[in-house]
Design a binder for this molecule. Structure first.
Ligand code: PHB
Length: 394
């Protein structure tokens, strides 16, 4: 009934032969599927992000023959939309009724903050596959929460320094109005102002806004030399397109967190994304062996090219796989599982990645520019960047 990977089956046999007895723990556990509860948006403004994370995760599991340390895998999808209340109910259902071994997700920072206690109090490991909410690796950190994506600080603060170094002194800010957006702007501003820069003002359209004209008008009249912004998913498509239609492209250079021009949104943005510069922990054009292999495996399976979000889903799967190899598939001993995750080092498509003491990825952050439809690495903003542990002691 359940799938056994060849590796898991052999491992059980080896232990039995070496020890001279047949352990009853491993085979029983092996028969219990590994349940992964996906707390992701499958509808609303971030729907494609949730789907890409799921696909990336599936590629990682397929590489293992769809079995982890001898346990077949069951994926249970829970649509969070971008709604913290919906997400809390869904995450509770996954933990309390489904008894999942891991939660994987979410995308939105507001949702991440909302479900933090479901994971923490429920002693269920949450692998954060996108949401950058800084609290999760600071005052809200938990022995059970690990992040394979980024903290908001990692993808926004470095741009504060970098833009200042380019000679830019006065910047207008723009972001979707919720925790994800406002945190990105806060971290950018702190660093940009510390370097000596000045903030001209900020606009905060609703997360589900589709008509940016009034905000673009404020940007035009701000007198700023450049814009730094955070938009992702459909919001990124619309903001970048309308920025260009409004005649601002090339007039007031557009900078942002890399989600602004990821490969899932660029086709719909077309020419409007040309010249946009961003900071991000991944570039499709990285030539390392893991990136080339992952992109091929993803394309073979889905017939499309993977985005950053697929990479994060893939690495979430890889982190789970590597940790379970160490615990021999045991997910009941939560402290042992955390210790195993602590030791995970991935050769990710993004480059080398490990976990910092506050469970965030330690990773390089690149500066990207869209040139002829490609996101090209033009600089490295930070190497081996770890999120500060302020407020977190684990
Ligand atoms: C966030 O809310 O933290 C967030 C959402 C979408 C992104 C990146 C960050 O693409």
């Amino acid at each position: 009934m359940f799938k056994f990977s060849r590796r898991g089956f052999l491992a059980a046999g080896t232990v039995a032969a070496a020890g001279g007895f047949i352990p009853n723990v491993y085979p029983v556990r092996a028969a219990t599927p590994l349940k992964l509860g996906l707390v992701l948006p499958y509808s609303s403004v971030y729907a494609t992000l949730g789907e890409e994370i799921t696909r990336g995760l599936e590629v990682a599991l397929a590489e293992e023959g769809d079995a982890v340390a001898g346990r077949s895998v069951e994926l249970i999808r829970q649509d969070t939309e971008v709604n913290p209340k919906t997400a809390i109910q869904g995450a509770n259902r996954l933990v309390k009724q489904e008894g999942v071994d891991f939660l994987v997700g979410p995308v939105s920072s507001a949702v991440a903050a909302a479900i933090r206690n479901v994971a923490h109090n429920g002693r269920t490991h949450l692998i954060v596959a996108n949401a950058g909410h800084d609290g999760l690796s600071r005052d809200l950190c938990s022995p059970f929460i690990y992040r394979t994506s980024f903290s908001n600080w990692q993808v926004s603060a470095p741009m504060g320094d970098w833009m200042y170094k380019q000679g830019i002194r006065r910047v207008m800010l723009a972001a979707s109005n919720y925790a994800g957006g406002t945190l990105m702007l806060k971290h950018f501003s702190e660093r940009f102002k510390a370097a000596g820069g000045e903030i001209a003002g900020e606009v905060l359209p609703d997360l589900k806004e589709i008509q940016y004209a009034p905000f673009l008008e404020q940007i035009r009249s701000s007198g700023a030399e450049a814009v730094f912004c955070f938009f992702a998913g459909n919001a990124a498509v619309e903001f970048v397109k309308q920025y260009s239609q409004f005649g601002l492209q090339g007039q007031i250079p557009l900078y942002g967190c890399g989600f602004l021009t990821t490969s899932d949104v660029r086709p719909a943005q077309g020419e409007a994304s040309e010249g946009v510069r961003t900071t991000l922990h991944y570039a499709e054009t990285l030539e390392n062996q893991q990136n080339v292999a992952f992109r091929q495996a993803f394309e073979d399976r889905y017939g499309s090219t993977p985005s950053l979000y697929a990479v994060q889903g893939y690495d979430s799967g890889r982190a789970i796989v590597e940790a379970l190899k160490v615990t021999d598939g045991n997910t009941d001993d939560k402290n042992a599982l955390s210790r195993a995750l602590d030791g995970v080092v991935l050769d990710s498509p993004r480059g080398r990645m490990s976990f910092s003491p506050n469970h965030d990825p330690v990773q390089d952050v690149y500066v990207l520019e869209v040139k002829n439809g490609q996101n090209v690495v033009i600089d490295t903003a930070a190497k081996g960047l770890a999120t500060p542990t302020d407020g977190c002691s684990l």
